[in-house]
Design a protein around this ligand. Structure first.
Ligand code: ZN
Length: 535
């Protein structure tokens, strides 16, 4: 059975803290939602701001593949005829096939927020819905605060729904606007409403009790067939129901149809795309789409998953476009290391080598190394254990000098570095914007005559974390470094009680990794050439 998906990322989602979207952003997201198979895209509230108005002007000229674009607004104001009401007029001027309007279901809100009599509130709902229907719109009626209203005065809450239904509303959406209702109540109330109306019911929940997804699912179990939510659950206060969780739950666990199966496999991409455009940090432990959703850390888990993924995975990650990750950590056993090594194309010999690798990683992690975010350092380590020479250069001597004046205005750093490459020794001095930058510049300068390609490589991110901070200045620091070369980026790690020493390790690993990849590329190319010459 098909569930109608109504996405309000662009309306309720943008009411969340830290979420701002330009009109361009909104158009990009809407195109992506359309492509994914969302049925209705709520673009904004045209009566409330010029940005949303512009969105609808631009949306009009776009050919949508599947989705209906929907404008949002409130029922008319008391004392105004529908045709004179600026909000209803803005809704029509948005020229969308579908409109969503919200009205009051709770006597408290009618009396206090609107300041109208209960009869008048019914009349506002009925006349607004009828007016939009008369203009050929599909009308989705959002019953604001429905669950609070129903628990307070069920007969009146039902009367407001009846006013909307009799005026021609196409869907009655029961909203848990304050997000305070629990799943058992949602299930009971949706069931009670279901028995009184033939009009399809919808559900709109907020996450204030951490139950937005559960509430949505219970509403569907009780008969709702229209589901509202946002991508990644962004939205006012604690957010809305997260469609990235609701959709796979309904489709993979309950047998409903939300989107075509091949579209479901784009869910993780969609989630990341919206985070990227909205400039939000992704939540690693997000169900289904988070980076950690199918990450295995414990050695027992990993060895079982390698035999049969169902042992510790509730669904195959590919179904939602995510992937399995095996983490390397002090919880790791041999299985993690072997899985990881195989992923990197390294064949660790059973027995001694694998055991040695586990031992070495555990020692390093005890010192504060963390390889989960530094896979390039991890690969260098494994290759070294395997007997490969990955040094490329060795440090002879290193000195960094930094001057800071009273205002902190001038912060000039200078690094003097002597390194050895095979039998040659190179001594250079380089400046930089801070000591790490100076060190990074000096290292590339010293190596340039041996490896001219290094000019493409640059330091793109640098993070420091203080470990065991109870020890004050003696605390060790962990430095994570990111390098890029135009097409790739890779991460390395260093740990020491001296921040420059830790930085040096991470920087040197970063350069070594680049040189290793280059050497592998050259070896592969010459092997290909040799085999081409043979044939
Ligand atoms: Zn809402």
């Amino acid at each position: 059975m098909k569930i109608e998906l109504f996405d309000t990322t662009l309306r309720d989602g943008t009411q969340g803290e830290h979420v701002t979207l330009t009109v361009d952003d909104k158009i990009r997201i809407a195109r992506r939602l359309d492509d994914f198979g969302i049925d209705v895209i709520e673009g904004g509230w045209p009566g409330s701001n010029p940005k949303d108005k512009e969105f609808f002007e631009r949306a009009r000229d776009i050919e949508w593949k599947h989705a209906q674009i929907c404008a949002f607004g409130s029922t008319r104001r008391a004392g105004l005829a529908p045709e004179d009401d600026p909000n209803l007029r803005a809704l029509l001027e948005a020229e969308t096939p579908t409109v969503a309007i919200f009205g009051k279901s709770w006597t408290l809100h009618a009396r206090v927020a609107l300041g109208v009599s209960l009869e008048e509130n019914l009349e506002l709902i009925a006349s607004s819905v009828a007016y939009l229907k008369a203009h050929g719109r599909r009308v989705i009626y959002d019953a604001e605060h429905f669950f609070d209203g129903y628990q307070d005065d069920p007969a009146y809450a039902l009367e407001t729904l009846r006013a909307a239904a009799e005026a021609g509303a196409d869907v009655l959406v029961l909203c848990d606007t304050n997000g305070g209702t629990l799943p058992s109540d949602i299930y009971r109330i949706v069931g009670e409403v279901r028995r009184q109306f033939d009009v399809p019911l919808g559900i709109h929940t907020h996450n204030d009790t951490g139950c937005a997804v559960a509430n949505t699912i219970m509403a569907v179990a009780a008969g709702a067939r229209h589901v509202q939510g946002t991508i990644n659950g962004i939205g006012e206060r604690c957010g809305n129901a997260d469609l990235c969780v609701v959709i796979p739950n309904l489709q993979l666990k309950m047998g409903f149809t939300c989107v075509p199966e091949e579209k479901l496999a784009q869910l993780t991409d969609l989630s990341r795309f919206v985070n990227e455009v909205a400039n939000l940090t992704p939540i690693d432990r997000a169900p289904y789409v988070g980076r950690s959703a199918f990450a295995h850390k414990g050695g027992v888990h990993v060895s079982a998953v390698m035999k049969d993924p169902r042992a510790y995975e509730h669904i195959p990650p590919e179904k939602v476009g995510n992937r399995r990750r095996v983490l390397v950590s002090d919880l790791s056993g041999k299985s993690n290391i072997q899985y990881k090594a195989a992923e990197l194309g390294i064949e660790l010999k059973e027995g001694e080598q694998a055991r040695q690798a586990v031992q070495r990683i555990k020692e390093l992690e005890h010192l504060g190394y963390e390889f989960q975010g530094a896979e390039a350092s991890f690969e260098l380590l494994l290759r070294t254990i395997q007997g490969e020479d990955t040094r490329f250069f060795t440090l002879d001597r290193l000195r960094v000098r930094t001057e800071i004046d009273e205002d902190g205005g001038v912060c000039n750093s200078e690094a003097t570095l002597a390194i050895r490459v095979q039998d040659a020794r190179e001594l250079v001095v380089a400046e930089g914007n801070g000591p790490v930058d100076a060190l990074s510049n000096a290292l590339r300068k010293a190596l340039r005559c041996f490896y001219p390609d290094l000019d493409q490589v640059h330091l793109s991110d640098y993070k420091v974390r203080v470990l065991n901070s109870d020890d004050g200045t003696a605390a060790a620091v962990r430095v994570l470094v990111e390098h890029r070369d135009g097409e790739r980026r890779w991460h390395t790690v260093g740990v020491s009680t001296n921040i420059l020493e830790a930085s040096w390790q991470a920087l040197a690993d970063g350069i070594r990794y680049y040189l290793l990849k280059k050497r592998q590329g050259e070896l592969a190319a010459s092997a290909a050439l040799a085999s081409a010459q043979r044939t």
